[in-house]
Design a protein around this ligand. Structure first.
Ligand SMILES: [Zn+2]
Length: 436
């Protein structure tokens, strides 16, 4: 049996606001947590590898609910543009030149970056699925692969992409000790006609998996949906039956109406909140506290690196998202530091339907754990641990990232691949795909 004992740090379990242990310990056996609590209560173990966490916070791995990982290759390529112009003149032409190998290196770069900032799980919507799954396998991160399905080219385009999703699922689902799982990924109602959305729901049922989709990201999208179907995008997919009987993870929902929020709550649809992407693209402000008050699970997501520019929740989505939630309702008490940390961990796991397995440090769960060094000027002193994480911590404060009980990132080093090679390959691919 493989045992890892993390001891001496402040263990923050996210099993509730009070579940914090100043001199704590976490014991991991064969990739699962068997103990998380005060050090003096930890079971006696022989032959365990020991990790000294003195001076550090030991917390659950951060969960990124929405990403287009390989878009790291387009980071900084076309900033400061309007969404549709940006997609049509810059992003789609560059993506058309991306090979499967490019997607592999772009995803590996994203995984490296995410692990360096304490993200242990991400939900990815990109294409093709194979290199994404391979990069998850090789880097050691945990990932959900949703092959992006766009059907603007007609029904045959949709069919071939659904078939590719099915094949990739059978090839990869549950591989890498269960680190790789799948969802069906219809891009959005404005890129998938109703029959494609229904076909996606059928495939999700056939494979027994959920659906990941973008909904109500911009005011223009909602306006167009009202013109075309006489209703909002959320009401539209609900009426098509997409949200009943299966788990749906909806990215953005910036322009969700009260009726939309009631639908999200009724159907248990999880929402990915990407405040930085939404702000940078001037898409609007998501009614995040309103959604959560109605019982909707909301988790932070980074979106792709060509809209957010960095794939970090710590110091980025968490901090800006919390500040924005306060500003939106004109009340600093409406959204707390604990809310922010929850939306980065256990609530984000609930969004993905994975809270039985990840999101908190509790016995029986997979050992996805992050260590944060608090011996830093901007983390001194420590009056409130949640405030420290939500408002002060930076991705570079992460020293160690553990996925499935394995140390996959430690003090600047990706453990399973050569980080410098990943960056070199990504630079090469990036230069080629943007060449006119
Ligand atoms: Zn997106």
């Amino acid at each position: 049996m493989e045992r890892l004992l993390i001891e001496g740090g402040t263990v923050l379990t996210m099993a509730g606001p009070e579940a914090v242990y100043a001199d704590g310990a976490v014991l991991v056996e064969d990739g699962r947590i068997v103990y998380a609590g005060p050090r003096r209560g930890a079971p006696e173990v022989k032959g365990a590898r020991r990790l000294d966490a003195t001076g550090q916070i030991v917390m659950p791995g951060i969960v990124n609910t929405h990403c287009h990982a390989a878009m790291t290759l387009l980071r900084g390529y076309a900033d400061d543009m309007r969404l549709m112009e940006w997609l049509q003149t810059k992003i789609w032409p560059a993506e058309a030149k991306m090979t499967a190998e490019d997607v592999y290196w772009g995803t590996a770069l994203a995984a490296y970056e995410m692990l360096s900032g304490g993200i242990t799980t991400f939900l990815d919507m990109y294409f093709p699925a194979d290199p994404v799954a391979r990069a998850i396998q090789d880097t050691g991160i945990r990932g959900i692969v949703a092959r992006g399905i766009i059907a603007v080219g007609g029904p045959s385009e949709a069919l071939s992409r659904l078939e590719e999703s099915r094949e990739a699922f059978h090839r990869w689902n549950g591989k890498a000790n269960g680190r790789i799982t799948f969802m069906v990924g219809p891009h959005a109602p404005y890129t998938c006609p109703p029959d494609t959305l229904v076909a996606c729901a059928e495939l999700a049922d056939e494979l027994g998996i959920g659906i990941h989709i973008h909904l109500s990201e911009t005011a223009g999208e909602v306006e167009e949906a009202r013109r075309q179907w006489g209703k909002t995008p959320i009401r539209h997919v609900y009426d098509l039956g997409l949200m009943r009987g299966r788990h749906v993870v909806a990215a953005h929902c910036v322009h969700a109406t009260d009726d939309d929020i009631a639908i999200l709550a009724e159907t248990g649809t999880g929402v990915c909140h990407c405040p930085v992407s939404n702000l940078k693209l001037a898409s609007g402000r998501t009614p995040v506290s309103k959604m959560r008050r109605q019982g909707v699970a909301v988790g932070f997501g980074t979106d792709g690196a060509s809209s957010e520019n960095m794939l970090h929740i710590l110091g980025s989505e968490m901090r800006i998202g919390a500040i924005q939630a306060k500003e939106l309702e004109g009340d600093p008490a409406v959204f707390t530091a604990y809310d922010a940390v929850s939306m980065a961990t256990i609530e984000a796991a609930r969004v993905l339907g994975m809270d039985a397995e990840i999101g908190s440090l509790e016995p029986g769960k997979r050992a996805d754990i992050v260590l944060i060094d608090t011996e830093r000027p901007h983390l001194t002193p420590n009056h409130d641990l949640y405030g420290l994480i939500a408002y002060s911590a930076l991705p570079s404060d992460v020293t160690t990232t553990i996925v499935d009980g394995q140390i996959v990132y430690e003090r600047g080093r990706l453990m399973r691949m050569d980080g410098r090679e990943i960056m070199a390959r990504a630079r090469e691919a990036a230069a080629r795909i943007v060449k006119p």
